[in-house]
Design a binder for this molecule. Structure first.
Ligand SMILES: Cc1cc2nc3c(=O)[nH]c(=O)nc-3n(C[C@H](O)[C@H](O)[C@H](O)COP(=O)(O)O)c2cc1C
Length: 267
């Protein structure tokens, strides 16, 4: 039976997946207070219907970082899709291409960005700046060569979150035969020392736009060109409610609606 809603899809995942894998996807850091807070924040987001405007065709398309998207939705970067299905990120990319929306390829993808690009999906690449800047630059070059049109730098994960479900399940590594396709066997480093210097460095090695994902109202410097309000899915430091969500996060000047309104209501 085809799922009619995200809730049904989640129920189906719970039924089908190995419980430890389900917990990896569904869980958050520590007491998961932020997982619940994010859901509540999403529920508070309202739409402003435009009525009595005649019989014009409905138009949901938007321009994101200079490219057209069929919907104001971006598929957020998430790790390890092959845990859920052998096609992994390829299946996600095919769905994004069919829907006409951008997919952000996680640096922790289990399929390489070059292969994902063959699906024809519009891609951005998510990056955690690694201590080895030479290696980080190689990743940037790979993403550029594969046709990614933005680098989404996750600055909301200075340390790895304490995910108690994973600890309880002993789910601490990928199963054998599965790997992060971009890491050449290295572990991904999360950096508490990340600073604007790293963003400036990134700008010096790439001309791609660099949207950053973080909480939007704690910036010491005006972020440019765009910010994705995010708590990293509440999987990294706990209690950093995003009060927005990727699914309504439209980078650049247009992202301010409706996320900013939701943030104002929630603060
Ligand atoms: C299973 C899972 C894996 C994730 N992996 C990544 C990742 O590899 N890189 C990243 O930047 N964010 C990752 N995220 C965070 C998501 O991109 C996204 O920001 C989040 O799920 C939506 O919550 P938010 O409103 O806090 O952004 C992951 C989230 C989940 C649920």
């Amino acid at each position: 039976m085809e799922a009619l809603s995200l809730r049904e899809l989640e129920d189906e995942a719970r039924r089908r997946l190995d419980p430890a894998v389900y917990d990896f996807f569904a869980g958050g850091a520590e007491d998961e207070v932020t997982v619940r807070a994010n859901e509540a924040a999403f529920a508070r987001i309202g739409l402003v219907p435009r009525v009595l405007r005649g019989g014009r065709a409905r138009e949901l398309a938007v321009t994101l970082l200079g490219r057209r998207a069929a919907l104001p939705v971006v598929v957020a970067p998430t790790a390890f899709h092959r845990l859920a299905h052998p096609d992994g990120e390829l299946a996600t990319a095919r769905a994004a291409a069919k829907a006409g929306v951008v997919m952000v390829v996680s640096m922790a993808s289990t399929v390489a960005v070059e292969e994902i690009a063959e699906t024809g999906a519009d891609l951005w690449f998510q990056l955690y700046v690694q201590p080895d800047l030479g290696f980080t630059e190689q990743l940037v070059r790979r993403a550029e060569a594969a046709g990614c049109t933005a680098l989404v730098v996750s600055v909301d994960s200075p340390v790895f979150g304490r995910r108690e479900r994973d600890l309880r399940n002993g789910f601490l590594d990928l199963p054998s035969g599965m790997a992060c396709a971009h890491m050449d066997g290295r572990a991904i480093a999360f950096r508490p020392d990340l600073s604007w210097d790293h963003i400036d460095w990134l700008r010096s090695v790439s001309t791609l736009p660099i949207p950053m994902s973080s909480r939007p109202w704690r910036w010491a410097r005006t972020p440019s060109p765009s910010v994705v309000p995010s708590s990293g899915g509440s999987r990294w430091p706990a209690r950093t409610e995003s009060r927005g969500c990727w699914s309504c996060s439209v980078p650049s000047s247009t992202w301010r609606w409706p996320c900013a309104a939701a943030a104002r209501r929630a603060t």
